[in-house]
Design a protein. Sequence first.
Length: 457
Amino acid sequence: MRATTRLGRRLVALAAVAALAASFGSPAATAASAPIHLGSVAPGGRLDATPIFAPGPSGHWQYTFDITGRGSVLRVGVDMSQRDTCFAYTLTDPSGVQVNPAWQDWPYVCTGVDTGQSFDTEVSAWRPAQGRWTVTVDALNVDDLAFRLRVVLEQKAREPKELLPNLVPWTPWEFGFVAPASDHPGTANDTQNTPGDPTVACHPEDEPGAIDCLRFSAGVYNTGAGPMYIQFLGDDAYQHVYSRDSTPGYYVDNEAKGRFTSTWAGSGEWHPFHEHRHLSDFVLYELLAVDDIDAGAMTAVGTGDKHGYCTFSQQVRDWGLGSQDHQYSSYAATGDFCRDFMTLERGWGDIYRWQRPGQYVTYESIAEPDGTMPAGLYVLRSTVDPLDNIRETDETDNTGYALLRVVDGGGPGLDSVIECEQGLGDSPWDPAKVVIDDRLEWAKVAANPGYTPPSCD
C-alpha cells in the first residue's frame, strides 16, 4: 500500500533486501559485462547510456565517465520500464568513496520489496571531484526489465524568488477491462496486483457498486519552479510555497525554519483501502464517445469515482531535460507521509496504475447487453486540480487526454483497447494541444528493436 511511512519503510526494509540479494547470490557472482565508458562531461553537459534490456533474473553492469570541470551538482539517474524490480545501484567517486543517495541507509532500488514504487531514482553529489567516476547496476531479481542511465553535471542556476509548482497530467495509458486479482488492491506493489478474472472489470470489494469499468493508469507531473508541498491539519489541507534560499533543490530546511507562505488548498480525506489521506478534488476523469472524428464532436458517457491523490516522486517528468529537484528533497523532517503531509518535487511525477481502487471510468450508460463497451473511438480526459485550489505558475495546462479505440473481441473479457494519441489539451481537436510521445517506447525498442507502435487506422 502507499503507506503513511513509505520512505521510513524503505529504510527498515534494507535487511529484507539484503536477504533477497543473498537468495539470488551475491551481485559480484553474477555474469558481468565489460565496463562501458560513457565519455567525458563538462559543467552544463550530460551523458546518456544506451538502454539495456535485461531478461533476468540477475546481471551486472558497470559504467565509467570522466568529469572535466568544476560543476555545481553531479546527478546520476536510472530510468526503469517497471517498478516491481530489485537491483543495487551505486556511484563511486575518483578516490573510491561510494556516494549514497540522499537517504544514506538506502543504496538499493528495490521496488518489489515493501513499498518501493519508483520507476526512476537518482544519486547526487555536490561539487563533484574531477576525474573518473564509476556507476554499478546489479540486478537481483528482474524479469524482462529495460533500463537506461544518464549523467548530468549541473552549473549553479538562479531560482525565482517564489518557488511555485506547476501541475500537468500524466495522460491516461494502460487501458483494459480486467480488475486486479488481489484481495487487497489498495497495495501499490505491482507484483501483488496482477490481473484477475478477465470477465471482471470492477473489483467487488474495493469498488462496491461499480459496474462496467474501463481501467487505466494515470498521474500528475510537477513542471514548476518548486515542489508542491501539502500539509494536512485534520480535514483541511494547506499548500506551503517556499522561497529561494542558499540550498537550491532541497526544502527540508525551508519547512523547518518557516520559510514559506501557507494558503488553504482544499480538504484532506481518509482513504480506507490506501490507509492514508488524499488531497480531495485533486483529479477529474471523464470518458467521452467520439461521434464525428472529422468535426471532433463528442458525447460525455462516463466519469470516474477517484478524485484524491497522495503524491510521491517516482518518475522524472522529462528524461531528456535533466533538470529537477532532488528526489524526496521536500520530505518533512517530522510527521508521517500521507497522514501529515504529501509532496511532489519539481520535475517529478506520480503514477496511479490501473490496479489501484478508483482507477477507472464507468461506461454503464452505453454498455452492451453483455456488459461490454461498444467498439469505437473514445477520449479519456484527465484534469489535475480542477477547482484550482493549488497555486501554480500556470493554470492553463492542467488537462490532458488520450484518444483510444475499443476493439470488439466477441464477448466479455475478449475486448481490447488501442491507444491512438496522448496529449495536453481538452482533446485531439484542441487547436492548442501538445501531443505526447509514448514515454515507454524506449523500453519497448530496447526489448524489441523492430517494435512499431500499434495503429488506430
